[in-house]
Ligand binder design. Structure first.
Ligand code: PMV
Length: 312
């Protein structure tokens, strides 16, 4: 018997970068995200003699996955499992595959082993494995904040159906994994200002989503993104996740907005650019980004649902 769950990546509009001191992989500041629909991780679990993990058809040893299983086993009876996971998008290249991956994993194990966890508990276990994974438990607009540091829904997808055009500018794995990068950034002289201002950005973001104020959300989200990359650059050694095509996309998106298209950019710990837009702008944005040298693929998504079990 196999249980399959699926989950989508999420893209932060108010970014998370840096951890609170102490155990539990607690973020240093809150974050606000949107969950996508067409990009998906599908994870199947079955009982087995020993734990095994297959990602996109290849057997892999994954220390973060092993740590997530060990964490679940501190509170629950989880027998050895055969786990098979696949993504329909590039893995570990700044497209949040760890977010959808751990959200799908915890959801599949919860159902298969009848652990009885609600969304909040699953979000906490997913967060301990990968901070942003807490948010992929939920759909639409999602906040991740204290004191519990479980994610929680802010606004459902249908209430403000934004679109996201992803410009893929490089394949392959990113140069510095986010947890290692965050540890380095915490020694940056910019770090205290980043943490304190992100608390304010989160409160502003919640209000702007509630008011469906696209223009002000565009300004806030680009600010949070560029501020995070400013911190990354001001880290030792400097974390430079962008390539030439990344930068070309950012300039083009600003030109499109100046021409009147409702669109803004955000970039995570990788070179891909996510252009968030109102639905009527999506096809013009996709066409404009596809024309840029160095853009190798365009993906499109709307806002999607949270992690869920798939019926066989
Ligand atoms: O959850 P992690 O460790 O993959 O970190 C995610 C960090 C960013 O994607 C850069 C920002 C965010 O809030 O998702």
């Amino acid at each position: 018997m196999t249980t399959t769950a699926c989950a989508h990546p999420n893209i932060a509009l108010v970014k998370y970068w840096g951890k609170a001191p102490g155990p539990g992989n607690v973020p240093a500041a809150p974050s606000l995200s949107i969950t996508l629909d067409t990009l998906v991780t599908r994870t199947s679990v079955a009982f087995a003699a020993t734990d095994t993990f297959e990602l996109d058809g290849h057997t892999v040893a994954d220390s973060k996955l092993a740590a997530c299983l060990a964490d679940l086993r501190t509170e629950h009876d989880v027998p050895p499992l055969s786990i098979r996971s696949s993504n329909n998008f590039p893995t570990a290249a700044g497209l949040a595959s760890s977010a959808s991956g751990f959200a799908a994993l915890v959801t599949a194990i919860n159902a298969h082993c009848a652990l009885g966890m609600d969304d909040t508990r699953r979000s906490i276990f997913a967060r301990r494995a990968s901070g942003s994974a807490a948010r992929s438990i939920f759909g639409g607009f999602v906040g991740l904040a204290g004191p519990e540091w479980s994610a929680a829904p802010v606004l459902d997808a249908a209430s403000w159906p934004l679109r996201v055009v992803v410009a893929v500018t490089a394949a392959g794995r990113k140069s510095v994994a986010s947890s290692a990068g965050m540890r380095l950034s915490m020694a940056s002289p910019y770090y205290p200002a980043w943490v304190s201002s992100t608390h304010d950005d989160f409160d502003t973001g919640l209000a702007l989503v509630g008011a469906r104020d696209f223009t002000a959300l565009a300004e806030l989200a680009e600010h949070s993104c560029l501020k995070m990359h400013g911190l990354m650059l001001a880290t030792r050694p400097g974390l430079l996740y962008w390539n030439a095509a990344t930068l070309a996309c950012l300039h083009r998106i600003r030109e499109l907005r100046a021409e009147g298209l409702p669109v803004f950019f955000t970039v995570d710990a990788g070179p891909q650019v996510k252009a968030v837009c109102l639905p009527e702008a999506a096809s013009a944005v996709a066409t404009a980004l596809a024309e840029l040298p160095g853009v190798i693929q365009i993906l499109e998504a709307g806002l999607g649902e949270g992690a869920r079990v798939e019926q066989p």
